[in-house]
Ligand binder design. Structure first.
Ligand code: ATP
Ligand code: FE2
Length: 329
């Protein structure tokens, strides 16, 4: 049988990405263009404008990289949610446009589930607990009875947005995660911060306020604050992930999301997994952050429900991981 090729479009937040993958899981291209700012944060309307401006160029680059023509594509997928509406709409419209142009079916997929499925594919983990730590999302997810269930999550902002907010406060621009990680390496003294785990959920907004007050007081070295920030919030994530593993009896931990690029978070997860004789799986950075291949692979898995007519195909800015029935397992 001939290989089938899926083109996936990611546009939930700051990244506009196109990934191309075959149904035999061969990655042909992964091209992205991300919105960046020196000052300020993500403004929804500006994300839409950015994605609209770069979409044709990203598509052209992806096809060149994959060494195929648009007509070689057999299926189009796009991330329908969760995400920021003006950004999502660009992906939706582009997916519909391409699918009409080359007369192939289109399917909308869930962004969080896509992080999990690409991680499983690339690391060959079988039945992991996913620690999904990204800009807007922070969730501990695992498969149980037909769905990917959320065992714990943030009660307010995502961990990445929390880190970015503090970085912005100290004048570091966006994205702040890599810069805070660098500064933290030079931190020596742990400064006590609130540790906020409620049941299986975590919360960051109080910690952010506390950090801002400490920063303003000028009593602490910024490197020490960054070090303490990482030690505190990563410990919170590891605690909840470990409890989810204990509860479900699962022996694998998979990382996903841009914050999972952080080496200290990876190290802490590794220590926890070793202690409980579990295995840690970390995909390459390009598949941890938002990207089109995640979306293309879930498109392949969900290809059966793809449609040539576009009736009912729309964005779902508030869609939750556990709204999705996992019918491809
Ligand atoms: P979502 O998946 O919720 O749509 P997102 O669009 O913000 O999130 P990602 O690309 O997964 O997407 O992650 C971006 C986030 O990752 C930013 O908040 C960024 O600061 C953070 N990040 C990237 N690298 C690091 C790092 N080394 N340490 C900590 N955080 C990092
Ligand atoms: Fe993401």
């Amino acid at each position: 049988m001939k290989e089938s090729i899926c083109l996936g479009i990611e546009s939930t937040a700051h990244t506009f990405g196109i990934g191309i993958i075959t149904d035999r899981s061969k990655v042909l291209a992964n091209v992205s263009d991300s919105f960046k700012t020196v000052k300020g944060g993500l403004i929804p309307h500006e994300l839409g404008v950015h994605h609209d401006e770069v979409k044709d160029k990203v598509l052209k680059n992806a096809l060149e990289k994959a060494k195929i023509k648009l007509n070689d594509i057999n299926l189009v997928s796009f991330s329908q949610g969760p995400g920021i509406a003006p950004a999502l709409i660009v992906g939706l419209r582009f997916a519909k446009y391409i699918s009409k142009k080359i007369n192939v079916p289109v399917v909308g997929v869930n962004h969080c589930v896509a992080h999990l499925e690409i991680g499983k594919l690339l690391t060959k983990s079988k039945d992991p607990v996913l620690l999904y730590a990204s800009g807007a999302n922070t969730q501990i997810i695992a498969y149980e009875s037909g769905k990917y269930r959320i065992f714990g999550e943030t009660l307010d902002q995502g961990i990445g947005n929390f880190i970015d907010s503090f970085a912005r406060y100290i004048g570091m621009g966006f994205p702040g995660g890599p810069k805070i990680e660098k500064l933290a390496l030079k931190g020596k003294n742990y400064v006590e911060l609130p540790y906020v785990v409620k049941g299986m959920d975590v919360s960051f907004s109080g910690i952010l306020t506390n950090l801002k007050v400490k920063y303003d007081s000028k009593k602490y070295r910024i490197e020490d604050l960054c070090h303490s920030l990482q030690e505190t919030v990563f410990a919170m994530l590891v605690e909840v992930a470990e409890r989810a593993m204990a509860h479900t009896g699962k022996k694998e931990l998979l990382l996903g999301g841009g914050v999972a690029c952080n080496k200290r978070l990876q190290e802490m997860c590794n220590i926890m997994c070793k202690e409980r004789k579990a295995k840690l799986f970390v995909p390459e950075n390009q598949f941890l952050v938002d990207n089109g291949v995640n979306i293309a692979w879930l498109g392949i898995l969900m290809g059966k429900i793809a449609k040539r007519n576009h009736k009912g195909i729309d964005i779902k800015p508030y869609e939750r991981t556990d709204d999705i029935k996992v019918m491809w397992k």
